[in-house]
Design a protein around this ligand. Structure first.
Ligand SMILES: C[S@@+](CC[C@H](N)C(=O)[O-])C[C@H]1O[C@@H](n2cnc3c(N)ncnc32)[C@H](O)[C@@H]1O
Length: 272
């Protein structure tokens, strides 16, 4: 009998217990992106942080945004770093816990443990598509944001990494519930059109900044690690070895596998 797909909540809890899976995905982007200006530097530029600001990151994962930009951070900015996974908080602490302006807390985006109107900037980088009740999370974000504050939400559009679905179908001879173990894929949950519609219910001003990029991948194992990072149960050894072999044959034949990357950053403000 086929194993049922995991509920989204269980998949998220398993997937982000530690930073391991996410790191495989971050590495692929770091090594093979065609845009020479790194995503996390680009996101940081848009935040326009200034001394005296109070900043909240929700679902901050391993803390890459701050680690990658630590030398650009004024010590006069207070940063509250949160994630629902204590494994992620531990990793973030190990990366930027030495900076005294940071406070760390495990927190669910749907019930933020902060007073109303307490932040100048709130950041949700590639995480809202995982939140079960996004309306509750957006209401919480709006509540904790000062009336003059800005909210930044990064997400991916429909076409993001679309070639990988096709590669999995052609090269992975296993049932689809193993390849895509969630009920619905994150990309289908919060693409640009859905994000525009949902965010505009909570924020009067909305702007989408596009990050222009593609991945030209020349390392089959790095691509396999990325694709297998979403699978909760390990594949049989011979299936995985065959998959890696087919990817490397494709790269040898074509020189590289090119993958669409379609990420963007929404900037939202409450003011009309
Ligand atoms: C794709 S990762 C992104 C991490 C980080 N923002 C980045 O871009 O590297 C999603 C993160 O959201 C966290 N997360 C998922 N659902 C959450 C929720 N309801 N509340 C808080 N964090 C959540 C996960 O634990 C995970 O660390």
């Amino acid at each position: 009998m086929a194993t049922p797909r995991l509920s989204n909540d269980r998949w998220v809890a398993e997937q982000y217990k530690t930073p391991r899976n996410l790191n495989a995905r971050i590495q692929l982007h770091k090594r093979f992106s065609t845009n020479p200006y790194a995503w996390l530097h680009w996101v940081f530029d848009h935040l326009r942080l200034a001394p005296g600001m109070r900043v909240l990151e929700i679902g901050g994962g391993p803390g890459g945004l701050w680690q990658e930009n630590r030398h650009r951070l004024s010590p006069q900015i207070e940063i509250f770093f949160t994630d629902q996974s204590t494994g992620m908080i531990a990793q973030a602490l190990s990366l930027v816990g030495d900076l005294r302006q940071f406070a760390f807390a495990a927190a669910d985006a749907q019930a933020l443990p902060f007073a109303g109107a307490s932040f100048d900037v709130v950041i949700a980088n590639h995480m809202l598509y995982h939140v079960p009740d996004r309306k509750r999370a957006l209401a919480e974000i709006r509540r904790v944001l000062k009336p003059t504050g800005n909210f930044f939400a990064a997400t991916n559009d429909h076409t993001h990494m679309q070639e990988l679905r096709q590669l999995a179908e052609s090269f992975l001879p296993v049932p689809s519930h193993l390849v895509a173990p969630q009920e619905t894929s994150p990309t289908e949950r919060f693409p640009f059109d859905v994000a525009t519609q949902e965010l505009s219910q909570y924020f009067g001003q909305l702007q989408l900044h596009l990050y222009h990029n593609a991945l030209v991948v020349t390392d089959a194992d790095a691509l396999a690690d990325y694709m297998l990072s979403g699978i909760t149960a390990p594949l049989p050894e011979e299936v995985e070895a065959g998959f890696r072999h087919r990817l490397s044959e494709r790269i040898r034949a074509d020189g590289a596998i090119t993958v669409t990357s379609a990420s963007g950053l929404f900037e939202a403000a409450t003011a009309e």
